[in-house]
Design a binder for this molecule. Structure first.
Ligand SMILES: Cc1cc2nc3c(=O)[nH]c(=O)nc-3n(C[C@H](O)[C@H](O)[C@H](O)COP(=O)(O)OP(=O)(O)OC[C@H]3O[C@@H](n4cnc5c(N)ncnc54)[C@H](O)[C@@H]3O)c2cc1C
Length: 489
């Protein structure tokens, strides 16, 4: 059979360039989410978001024990993990505040992949933080994925969240990418980790199985409907805690409570009135620096816009060789087919990426009510170029949207008490009882659930006056308290 060679619509070898651009990002303005975001497949499909407007009207409670700001996977997972720890044993009152509709940030606008890293970037990590930390970074992702899958299985909701255990494929579009991946794989194996589920595919194998003329690696991975997962996590937490959700309620400022008669140390100001509380969780990801000024700019968390299309293949799923999710070009592009009722159906693909088409890699972009024309163009050409004959050039996406990611210099999140250090080694105090988990740098699905578990366990320990012990899977360098020890990116 004659195959047509793949061609790419995007620039390659952009990883280091994008890092340099990130490092020079300055003066990112503080921002709240904009009010009229683009419509995403996950949020705006019929009946997808029953909690969209929950608690958006009526009287706002004036006090709580814990206020969680942000209703994406991080904020809701903190509530979930608090529920599994407290389990109704303490009369705790928890309030979840959301600036827009429920889960309308990155979690409701992402690529839908739940793919824990198995070896990529290991050598880089090892050089920066040592082997133990590099292994923990992998372990945290495995812990997250297992935790989410266990939740889905225990609640019997695999169908309800469209979970697909289709595996994941990485296509190496440059030789350099391929060689780095091989080196990472060898180093992880040498560290004693079982990588027997990783299969390397030659260019010829990839061409004959998938019609893609680049070598690849196949390993475990899932895709799902993130908003539906988060809705189920919320419902679980709600049925085990005194939890209320208030959407359309942006937190404008957090101030120390000056009322001496009030036992709560913090006061959150919203357009609907103030709320006093003892603990504050910042689960605001890209927007974290609005309330935590020392996280502004490239030493902290830089909002970075991602763009996604939902586009239909011009052939049926059976001719597209299964349902794996994919990424290519150092992870800049990522895609997978949505489930179909019959393998003869032409599946809808969710494809994200194309930031390389913007000179500043969309760093500093905070507006998800807009999309970018150059990115739109490369996304339209990407799949027809990679899979010749399986996607028709000129087919318009059925939906196109943007979302704001939170990028950090190290590409790792900040997790822990808000005080602590920023990436320029400056210590910030006076935030007692405030916690943050944010800055997943476009790779939050296999990390946020575990980072939320860390925050819930820290609050639980502080609440009971006990010592918090770090879980064995947590890289020390994720902790806000460790930032002063870290090498520069
Ligand atoms: C286009 C795109 C594609 C992506 N693809 C993937 C992928 O395939 N796989 C993957 O692992 N990760 C992906 N990511 C990253 C992943 O979606 C995020 O890392 C993850 O969803 C972060 O979750 P979160 O809850 O921390 O943040 P968010 O989901 O952004 O939630 C934060 C919430 O806080 C609210 N908020 C902010 N400030 C305030 C305030 N002051 N008051 C009240 N509310 C506030 C926001 O409205 C928002 O709802 C992608 C992200 C984007 C944008």
């Amino acid at each position: 059979m004659a195959f047509v060679q793949s061609t790419l619509s995007v620039p390659t070898s952009q990883l280091q360039i994008s890092q340099n651009v990130f490092n020079s990002t300055r003066n990112v303005v503080k921002c709240l989410p904009v009010q009229n975001p683009t419509k995403s497949f996950w949020i705006d499909s019929p009946d997808a978001n029953p909690l969209a407007k929950e608690g958006s009207t009526g009287l706002l409670p004036t006090a709580a024990d814990i206020c969680i700001i942000g209703s994406g996977i991080t904020g809701v997972s903190v509530a979930y993990h608090l529920a599994t720890r407290f389990m109704g044993k303490e009369p705790l009152k928890i309030i979840l505040l959301e600036a827009r509709d429920f889960c309308s940030g990155a979690t409701g606008r992402n690529g839908g992949h739940l793919t824990p890293n198995v070896f990529f970037d290991f050598c880089n990590y090892k050089a920066r933080y040592g082997q133990q930390e590099a292994l923990k970074a992998l372990e945290l992702e495995n812990h997250t994925a297992m935790g989410i899958l266990e939740f889905i299985s225990s609640q019997n909701i695999a169908g309800a969240v469209d979970l697909v255990a289709g595996g994941h494929l990485t296509a190496f579009v440059t030789n350099d990418e391929f060689l780095r991946a091989k080196e990472d794989y060898d180093a992880v194996k040498a560290a004693g980790i079982d990588l027997s589920n990783v299969e390397w595919l030659s260019k010829e194998d990839m061409l004959s199985i998938y019609g893609v003329s680049f070598p690849g690696a196949r390993y475990g991975g899932h895709n799902l409907w993130p908003l539906k997962l988060v809705t189920h996590l919320y419902n679980f937490a709600k049925s085990n805690l005194s939890l209320s959700l208030h959407t359309s309620t942006p937190v404008n400022t957090v101030e120390r409570n000056s009322e001496t008669t009030n036992s709560h140390r913090w006061k959150l100001h919203t357009p609907r009135g103030p709320i006093s509380c003892s603990y504050v969780v910042h689960a605001t990801n890209a927007y974290a620096s609005h309330l935590i000024p020392h996280l502004r700019g490239s030493v902290g968390i830089v909002p970075t816009r991602g763009q996604v299309v939902a586009v239909r293949a011009s052939t049926s799923l059976d001719k597209l060789s299964g349902r794996p999710s994919w990424d290519a070009n150092d992870g800049f592009e990522y895609w997978f087919p949505r489930p179909v009722a019959s393998s003869l159906e032409h599946p809808l693909y969710i494809l994200g990426g194309g930031r390389e088409a913007e000179s500043h890699f969309a760093h500093g972009e905070i507006d998800d009510s807009k999309s970018n024309k150059e990115v739109a163009q490369v996304l339209r050409e990407f799949l027809p170029g990679l899979f010749p004959g399986k996607f028709e050039r000129g087919t318009e996406p059925e939906m196109e949207w943007t979302g704001i990611m939170g990028f950090t210099q190290s590409r790792d999140p900040f997790v822990g008490p808000v005080g602590g250090y920023d990436a320029s080694n400056t210590k910030h105090s006076n935030f007692d009882g405030q916690f943050v988990a944010a800055g997943y740098s476009g790779h939050g699905m296999p990390r946020a659930f575990a980072c939320a578990e860390v925050i819930a366990s820290m609050i639980f320990a502080e609440f009971h006056g006990t010592i918090w012990n770090a879980p064995k899977w947590l890289p020390h360098h994720f902790l806000t308290s460790s930032l002063a020890d870290q090498p520069d990116a």
